[in-house]
Design a protein around this ligand. Structure first.
Ligand code: NAD
Ligand code: IPM
Ligand code: MN
Length: 361
């Protein structure tokens, strides 16, 4: 039976609290479906930085390259500037392993009421495809005239035809397997070089897909529609920064930023992919037992899908939905009073009560 070597980076803050429950459920899934995990636990992050001056060892990327996949909690904590911590760990991994797709489902789970009015069960179900390697997240630019009246900062966005096309092709392919509707986040009215280029590339690609419905939205108007009419979306393709912002909004409309998952994919499977929640290290609640583990567990489910164990992945979602529909055990972000551990125990009980393939006994 297969054994998967998984790099586990709990990271900072609540990352270390939501990681163990997700690993526990992965173990149970492996036992049920006949595979196992060889965990490579890596204590990288801001504490490591305070000891060593680095977020990960010098050969960190080489160590990760030996693993099948990477399972990450969250990175960043007060004491280390965010641009230092994130450019020292999360972003280099996304780039080194050509994880150029960041796939972020926005789906209202059974048992959760959306904070939006009048959203029926199943009323929100779309995927955001976020370009994950370039765009607004660039090292090009700099700070000039520090401390002088003319002080300035310049940040260049870099969009390559190659980078944009591969993200769009992935999104087009996904949309064709779903309802055939692709929404593109643009801002070609205000950002006059990169965004018209983005639109042009999509229009070129769309010509070869006559059955696909492509809609272009300005990012500002698109954000409003996530709130006013989320049911209209099937697949949304967005640049790195726009996709980042849209997916915290997406997490909010499905109930909490503590639920939403994120898969940093190398679709060719030449390199490990990385699975993590959308949320960060939540310093405001770290160490209090309040962290919602559902985002990390949903990310675990996406990792199982990527490993080809879709049946096991479905069971993790089924366990989450069983806890949400049949109990009121939930963390404060979802209006409950349960702790991380109580939700985790309930997930284990629910998982064990499922018969394989998500059908209840
Ligand atoms: P955050 O996502 O950590 O927190 C935003 C808000 O959501 C906070 O009020 C927090 O308590 C709440 N929240 C987040 N996750 C939750 C959970 N699982 N359960 C309950 N509540 C939850 O965003 P932030 O405050 O902007 O960032 C904090 C740190 O995390 C920063 O250093 C930031 O750079 C980093 N960060 C890392 C990642 C990542 O590793 N991928 C993602 C986002 C932010
Ligand atoms: C995310 C995070 C990161 C991003 C930050 C922490 C650099 O917000 O994964 O959504 O913007 O990609
Ligand atoms: Mn984000």
């Amino acid at each position: 039976s297969p054994s998967y070597r998984i790099a586990v980076i709990p990271g900072d803050g609540i990352g270390t609290e939501v990681m163990p429950p997700a690993q526990k459920l992965l173990e149970l899934a492996g036992t049920r479906y006949g595979f196992s995990f060889d965990w490579q636990e890596l204590e990288w992050g801001c504490e490591y930085y305070s000891r060593t001056g680095r977020m990960m060892p010098e050969d960190g990327i080489e160590q990760l390259a030996e693993c099948d996949q990477i399972f990450l909690g969250a990175v960043g904590f007060p004491g280390v500037p965010d641009h230092v911590s994130l450019w020292g760990l999360l972003i280099p991994i996304r780039r080194a392993f050509r994880q150029y797709i960041n796939l972020r489902p926005v789906r209202l789970l059974a048992g959760i009421e959306s904070p939006l009015r009048k959203v029926p069960a199943g009323g929100i179900d779309f995927l955001v495809v976020r370009e994950n390697n370039e765009g607004e997240y660039s090292e090009s630019g700099g700070r000039l005239y520090r401390g002088m009246p003319q002080e300035m900062a310049i940040q260049e966005s870099i969009f390559t035809r190659f980078g944009v096309e591969r993200a769009m092709n992935y999104a087009i392919n996904l949309a064709e397997q779903r309802k055939g509707q692709l929404a593109s986040a643009t801002k070609s009215n205000g950002i006059i070089h990169t965004m018209p280029f983005w639109d042009e590339i999509l229009r070129d690609l769309a010509k070869d897909h006559p059955n696909l419905t492509v809609s272009e939205y300005h990012i500002d108007a698109l954000a409003a529609l996530f709130v006013l009419d989320p049911a209209r979306f099937d697949v949304v393709v967005a640049s790195n920064l726009f996709g980042d912002i849209l997916t915290d909004l997406g997490a909010a409309i499905i109930g909490s930023i503590g639920i939403a998952p994120s898969a940093n994919l190398n679709p060719e499977k030449e390199f490990p992919s990385m699975f993590e929640p959308v949320h960060g290290s939540a310093p405001d609640i770290a160490g209090q037992g309040k962290a919602n583990p559902l985002g990390q567990v949903w990310a675990a489910s996406m990792m199982l899908d990527h490993l080809g164990h879709e049946d096991a992945g479905r069971d993790l979602i089924a366990a989450m939905e069983q806890v949400l529909t049949e109990t009121d055990i939930r963390t404060p972000d979802l209006g409950g009073t349960a702790t991380t551990d109580e939700v985790s125990d309930a997930l284990v009980t629910a998982f064990e009560s499922l018969s394989p393939a998500g059908v209840e006994k």
